[in-house]
Write a protein that binds this ligand. Structure first.
Ligand SMILES: C[S@@+](CC[C@H](N)C(=O)[O-])C[C@H]1O[C@@H](n2cnc3c(N)ncnc32)[C@H](O)[C@@H]1O
Length: 184
């Protein structure tokens, strides 16, 4: 594992261990690596809900959870996060730790729904927010095909920093991580 992935993994574990959450939401499961990392340090009673839409990854994630003996504590929701976030909100679900790690262009759209799922004191960790350093460049220094995602991620960072509900730190590890606490 490269150093930046190791630092990111450690940050997630440390935050999980410090917060002692009862319910975690992960948006973007992939094959379940981070969900299982969080399982190792979360309290016994904690449950993880994780959302993944890419069909080929779903059976691998399910198998990984099963082999780790964690199928009982992890619920894998299959399909688009957009749909599941609305469903979770309708059911009145609340999560004290949210790990946003899916389609970067959607973070801004998902933020209001995610905030509704977080009680005061909950923490939102968002991954890949610095886009390999591109985010601090002018949009004209960024390749044309990356400009939409670049401007959407800048807007997302602006929202995180200026929403009165949140207190946010940007941490330059990996591709950039933000840690936001809901303060009101
Ligand atoms: C960076 S990977 C997640 C890695 C995982 N969180 C981990 O650390 O082990 C991003 C995942 O988000 C999924 N994804 C992207 N857009 C999504 C969406 N709209 N709904 C659900 N999953 C999505 C992708 O298929 C991909 O597997």
């Amino acid at each position: 594992m490269c150093l930046s992935s190791e630092r990111r993994r450690q940050l997630l574990r440390t935050m999980t261990a410090a917060l002692k959450p009862s319910a975690i939401l992960e948006i973007g499961t992939a094959v379940g690596y981070s969900a299982l990392q969080m399982c190792r340090v979360m309290p016994e009673h904690c449950r993880i809900t994780t959302i993944e839409k890419y069909e080929k990854r779903l059976p691998i994630a399910r198998e990984n959870f099963h082999r780790a003996g964690e199928s009982g504590r992890i619920t894998l929701l299959e399909g688009d996060a957009d749909v599941h976030l609305k469903e979770l909100a309708k059911k009145g679900c609340q999560f004290d730790l949210v790990f946003m790690d899916a389609a970067k262009g959607q973070y801004l759209n998902w933020l209001p729904m995610v905030l509704d799922l977080m009680p005061k004191g909950a923490v939102l960790i968002s991954d890949n927010v610095l886009q390999d350093g591109d985010i601090i460049q002018s949009r004209f220094a960024v390749e044309r095909r990356n400009r939409t995602i670049h401007s959407r991620m800048r807007e997302y960072l602006y929202e995180l920093k200026h929403t009165e509900e949140l207190e946010t730190s940007v941490i330059p590890i990996g591709d950039g991580v933000t840690v936001s606490t809901k303060i009101r």
